[in-house]
Ligand binder design. Structure first.
Ligand SMILES: Cc1ncc(COP(=O)(O)O)c(C=O)c1O
Length: 367
């Protein structure tokens, strides 16, 4: 494995220091929650090793939400841990896979670290970042091992509808290629949600976590759902070699948060729609920017118009002067005219302040 740190991690707010940022529009989750929000009683929790597959109660909650049985669920250290386990289990040096780009960086970087041959399916702004299943099919080879997609998508917020998701899974089924669907943003959706991918076929593997929709990324709880129990057993072997089991404190917290999901997510949906409305109104009045309106998640990926007469590097310097952080295009292997704006994390005044700072920086960087 050849590990290289990814810009999205090196330049992340937690690495820069939250206190150095005034308007943080770089986050890809809802606001982080304090422990007191969950009203937990942890004093009597025995600090033993946990069940290797994950806490039984937590797995039941995940299984119920995914339309599968508990036997098909394995908890992991975040969705990031799940993606690592899946890539290192399924792929070896020289193996071919197809990955959507842009993407959450790990989906590309771990196969790269393994030394895989990657064909990227590049989503285009001009196509509304829509995934073209025909174009995906053209990238497949007889030796392709994995198709890797993300929905709702990070950084664009564009979601796969059910026919398209089923078509991708059917392609994998027909050709004997595993299909990884990163569904980390699944519980934040403004359009009808397709079923959890892993409930559609034993060949599909779903990944999600408590980080984004539940605002508790600090507990590091994610999961893999897969109906192929032999494959899940291999994922378990990887998990055991990495860390034996998950943290039982983390899993206890995740269980309480997930049990409250039906109530909690209603409030989150309301907040997200309100925040998205603020971004939409800003974009409508900011003629130097253009976007594809997201269908889910809590991020969007607008760009500075090519004819806006704005110099990109001075723009980012001006933005930094105003204490504002966005996810610049290079975090996603894209032109820096693009920027990911997270609208779910900032408080309303911070979001408005950050958007105003972008407008001021565009004006200041005008040729
Ligand atoms: C699409 C996607 N997958 C996975 C992750 C990893 O999340 P975590 O490990 O916190 O669950 C992220 C984080 O940004 C993400 O955006």
């Amino acid at each position: 494995m050849k590990y290289v740190r990814m810009p999205i991690e090196v330049e992340s707010p937690e690495e820069q220091g939250y206190d150095t940022i005034r308007f943080n529009l770089s986050e890809s989750s809802i606001r982080d929650r304090p422990l007191s929000d969950l009203r937990l009683k942890l004093d009597n929790l025995v600090l033993a090793y946990g069940a290797h597959r994950g806490s039984p109660q937590l797995r039941t909650l995940i299984a119920e939400r995914s339309g599968v049985s508990d036997l098909h669920v394995l908890t992991t250290a975040g969705a990031a841990g799940a993606l690592f386990i899946i890539a290192t289990t399924l792929l070896k040096k020289g193996d071919h896979l197809v990955v959507v780009r842009p993407n959450y960086a790990t989906n590309l970087e771990t196969p790269r670290a393994i030394g895989c041959e990657i064909s990227t399916l590049d989503l285009k702004f001009e196509d509304g970042f829509a995934l073209d299943v025909g174009a995906l099919e053209k990238l497949l080879r007889p030796e392709t091992r994995l198709i890797s997609v993300t929905t709702p998508h990070n950084p664009t917020g564009v979601a796969l509808d059910e026919p398209r998701l089923r078509a991708i899974i059917a392609l994998g089924d027909k050709r004997g290629i595993r299909v990884l669907v990163d569904e980390t943003y699944r519980d934040m959706s403004f359009v009808p949600k397709p079923p959890v991918a892993a409930s559609i076929s034993p060949n599909a593997i779903s990944v999600s976590s408590m980080s984004k929709s539940y605002g508790i990324p600090g507990v590091r709880v994610g999961w893999i759902v897969c109906q192929d129990v032999d494959l899940l057993e291999r994922f378990l072997a990887a998990k055991e070699q990495i860390g034996i089991c998950g943290s039982i404190i983390d899993e206890e917290i995740a269980e309480v948060a997930l049990a409250d999901a039906p109530r909690f997510l209603i409030g989150i949906d309301k907040q997200l729609r309100h925040a998205l409305g603020i971004v939409e109104a800003w974009i409508a009045g900011e003629k130097r920017m253009e976007w594809v309106k997201p269908q889910g998640g809590c991020v969007c990926f607008p760009r500075i118009r090519a004819d806006a007469g704005v110099d990109v590097e001075p723009f980012y310097k001006e933005l930094a002067k105003r204490g504002t952080l966005v996810g610049a295009g290079h975090w996603f292997e894209q032109d820096r005219r693009f920027m990911r704006i997270g609208y779910g994390w900032p408080l309303e005044e911070e979001l408005k302040g950050g958007l105003a700072a972008i407008s001021e920086s565009l004006a200041a960087a005008a040729r």
